[in-house]
Design a protein around this ligand. Sequence first.
Ligand SMILES: [Mg+2]
Length: 270
Amino acid sequence: MRAREDHETRNGGWERLQARLSMADFVGGRLLVGLDFDGTLARIVDRPHLAALAAQTRRLLVRLSRRSDTKVAILSGRQLDDLKRRVAVSGIFYSGNHGLEIEGPDIRWTHPRAGGVDRSLWRGLKSDLAEFPGAFIEHKGLGAAVHYRAARRVSFRRLKERIQQRMAGLGERFRLLSGKKTFDLRPNLRWDKGHALETIRRALPGVWMAVFIGDDVTDEEAFRTIGPKALTVRIGRVKASSATYIIPHRRLVDSVLEKIAGRSGKEARH
Ligand SMILES: [Mg+2]
């Protein structure tokens, strides 16, 4: 009997990923390297405004950005301006609000059907959170995020119910996603970081292979969207993923970037 070919149950680990990164098509090919920010490039912290990129990681991104055969895209749930400020590398692509906004060389785009969080919804959510000490809400323009990593002694089930009640009054405008100690309110569109990465890839002249590395359950959508033609990597101690590879820890991301930055194709500058 043939072995099952369901890649969700047959993820490669760190060893197999390293072998993949050494294969000829990868070493000699043109790569669009998509990276999540929090939990992938930067350590997750209690307060999202304290998240920062390590100097070593920024240097690697700069090295990658200088190769003519490599493009970098940072794709995050954060708002675009916040993301750009935190990464602060020029000449690369940025996508905020889970892919709904894209900015980079020759592209500036916002999803035309993304509505945004208006004042009355914002006020309502803020008042809902008053009884959950430590939880707070972040306005992201096109969406919002409720963060509860720093909240102690609160019922997360009740917190979620409260937000769901608030959203029930809005019809189908938003959907609620659970991430790492966050609830994300996103416009109810079939659109994720994978769609944004594909939009960037198609805008590039010639043939580019996509890579995407992410750490959160919300990144699983993107792995499915870009599919098995791309090289996808999930970070974390998870048993299965829609990504092709699973690596156990974020610290290995620098090693992946190092390998991509040092591959033997010509490292021509722009
Ligand atoms: Mg993340």
